[in-house]
Design a protein. Structure first.
Length: 233
């Protein structure tokens, strides 16, 4: 239904508690863990060249997003579908959030946003900003210019390897959609800084987890991405 280029995905992952995430868990899914650890991830990226039903959008052709997500799975016959649940998504345009709420029942908010990228063939610098309470908040990452291919058992592969989305629409209902793209290249972070008013954006409960040092931080290059029609389970 929806296509776009998702690029320059700054990814910072934090350890959290299983019991905390369970209240966000959509019916029919279960939490997906990595070696007994449960994670939330901040993912900031560019959303470019969107098209709905193959028709390019005449407006908002390139903009930033910052998503906060965690990891789940659902068994369909003999297949485990590994997916993500978005706790909150940030975009700079009100209409983008309204469309996401209507189509996918996502929790979107609109904030003024900005970005800056540099690459000198040795270090990649990736910066995303959003304005909260009239103050600029920032996510900044320096990463290697050469990508790695993580082993199957690594946390980097675990974070990357989720190709379904789930939304808790009501207490007993879940919406499922597929996210299709090539496996993205991973560029390890050499430096990561976060100046984000997490309490104002996400609330005090999440502030506790997002104030810790990230368990993992890296950049993904991104690619052309397809998102299916949502299906009510």
């Amino acid at each position: 239904m929806l296509t776009a280029d998702w690029t320059n995905l700054l990814t910072a992952t934090f350890e959290t508690d299983k019991s905390f995430l369970e209240k966000y868990l959509p019916p029919g899914t279960e939490l997906d863990d990595w070696n007994g650890k449960y994670f939330i991830s901040l993912v900031a990226f560019m959303f470019e060249k969107p098209a709905l039903l193959g028709i390019p959008s005449p407006f908002y052709r390139s903009f930033e997003e910052i998503n906060l997500r965690f990891y789940v799975r659902r068994k369909e016959k003999n297949e485990w579908r590994k997916g993500v649940v978005f706790i909150k998504e940030i975009a700079p345009y009100y209409i983008v959030g309204r469309a996401a709420k209507w189509l996918y029942k996502e929790n979107f908010v609109s904030l003024v946003m900005n970005h800056e990228f540099t690459n000198d063939n040795r270090i990649r610098n990736t910066n995303y900003s959003c304005r909260v309470n009239n103050k600029w908040n920032r996510l900044s990452m320096e990463s290697a210019s050469v990508n790695i291919e993580p082993e199957a058992e690594t946390v980097e592969n675990f974070i990357r390897d989720h190709y379904w989305g789930y939304t808790k629409t009501t207490r007993n209902k879940t919406m499922e959609f597929r996210i299709e793209h090539r496996p993205w290249n991973i560029f390890p972070a050499t430096k990561f800084e976060m100046n984000l008013d997490t309490g104002a954006i996400y609330g005090d409960e999440l502030k506790e987890y997002l104030s810790a040092e990230p368990f993992s931080a890296f950049l993904m290059d991104g690619s052309y991405t397809k998102i299916s029609w949502p299906v009510l389970l």
